[in-house]
Design a protein around this ligand. Sequence first.
Ligand code: MG
Length: 172
Amino acid sequence: MLQKFYPEMIVDRVQDIDLEVLRNRNIKGLILDIDNTLVPNHVKDADENAVKWIERVKSSGFKTCIVSNASRKRVVRFNERLKIFALHRASKPGTAAFKKALRLMELKENETAVIGDQIFTDIYGGNKLGAFTILVKPIDSKTEFIFVRLKRIFEKVVLKSYYKNIKRTNLK
Ligand SMILES: [Mg+2]
């Protein structure tokens, strides 16, 4: 029942994603969340960590597209240094913006990974799309709004069930 919320991969930070593993799974493009995935919520510009990682991803041959629920202003400013495809007010977990990202990157859903810090927006939406989903730990969860904090409580329930299932699968 909770399977639709399970990510395919969990990492601490985007920098920990093994790009070789993605390549071996025929992943050619990455759909990226901004807030608490690439930078903390309060950081307006792409910082060195984000810029360097995106450069590495691009030079490894992957296409990229930001898909964020944040405002146009937030997304445009963040993307100033990166200059990659970027979609704002995405209404994740709805899949319309994800589908637009696929069109921009000229890729199919099974050639794409959705990367984000929230199970009920990034991962659920990415799973609905049929993409490979990667959950990162929120960079800074202390500054999150009350609504997100509430969602984190339910995320813990999903993760507990996820790890229980993984254990069971590994024992088989
Ligand atoms: Mg986020």
